[in-house]
Design a protein. Structure first.
Length: 76
């Protein structure tokens, strides 16, 4: 089986939380994002920053939802 077939099989046969790289909460990422958000607020930077959470939904972590729940960035 070539690499492409292998990964297509993984993504089509396994649930997002059944793969080894799944994490229900990405603590380190969230801590870093919170640090940036606090720095932005301390410096009174306008809330025009953009956050791109690539792959967060496909990994099952829902990091984007956690960020919005903590009100670090506003949902657009």
């Amino acid at each position: 089986m070539d690499a492409r077939s292998h990964w297509e099989n993984v993504y089509t046969t396994k649930a997002p939380d059944a793969v080894s790289w799944y994490r229900p909460h990405l603590e380190t990422s969230l801590e870093l994002i919170e640090k940036v958000a606090r720095t932005r607020l301390r410096r009174r930077v306008q809330r025009t920053s953009t956050l791109l959470a690539v792959g967060s939904e496909s990994s099952g972590s829902k990091v984007y939802d956690q960020i919005c729940r903590r009100e670090l960035f506003r949902r657009r």
